[in-house]
Design a protein around this ligand. Sequence first.
Ligand SMILES: Nc1ncnc2c1ncn2[C@@H]1O[C@H](COP(=O)(O)OP(=O)(O)OP(=O)(O)O)[C@@H](O)[C@H]1O
Ligand SMILES: Nc1nc2c(c(=O)[nH]1)N=C(CO)CN2
Length: 175
Amino acid sequence: MNYTRAVLALGSNLGARSDTLSAAVADIVDPPEVRLLAISPIVQTKAVGGPAGQPDFLNMVIAVETTLTPTELLRHCNAVEQKHLRVRDVRWGPRTLDVDIITYGELASSDPELTLPHPRAAGRAFVLYPWSLIDPAAELNGERVGELAAKAADFADIVPFDGFENLHGVAGAVE
Ligand SMILES: Nc1ncnc2c1ncn2[C@@H]1O[C@H](COP(=O)(O)OP(=O)(O)OP(=O)(O)O)[C@@H](O)[C@H]1O
Ligand SMILES: Nc1nc2c(c(=O)[nH]1)N=C(CO)CN2
């Protein structure tokens, strides 16, 4: 079996964010076709783009190896989003779970259904920074992801997530 290494970015800014991310990682690597290689710490980040006043995100990155094709992997990630009640309405709006494919091996694709590497990853510290923690040697557009992270506008707003989910003030949480 030929396994391809893929990097996936997860984000959540509604509901029990850290529980959702943990459950989503388990769901992503549940089928035998997807094996977990590395898992980043969770970071808390300010929402980039979208409506003003959104709750902060929790973001993380995982590396997997998979026998799924790129399209199959996208469908699988979409199914995991659906399971966690992802609702798509406002572009870049709040969501319980977002799973993006950042890289799939060395594949480059400009297909709008699946653009690889992810077209906005190189400017997003909320993706690049956690990625750099699990793979410091990784490069995007010929540059180390940690260096790209430090140059990204949202880098200064990233804080570690201490694991305690304070649900007060997180939209969708039971008060
Ligand atoms: N690398 C990729 N990973 C995930 N989805 C992708 C990718 N490239 C293209 N897409 C397409 O993007 C569409 C919109 O995705 P989605 O609604 O998750 O966007 P978003 O997460 O709000 O914004 P962004 O794409 O900026 O992260 C999906 O239906 C998918 O087909
Ligand atoms: N901080 C942060 N901002 C975002 C995020 C995200 O995951 N984290 N995802 C987006 C669309 O994918 C748009 N903006």
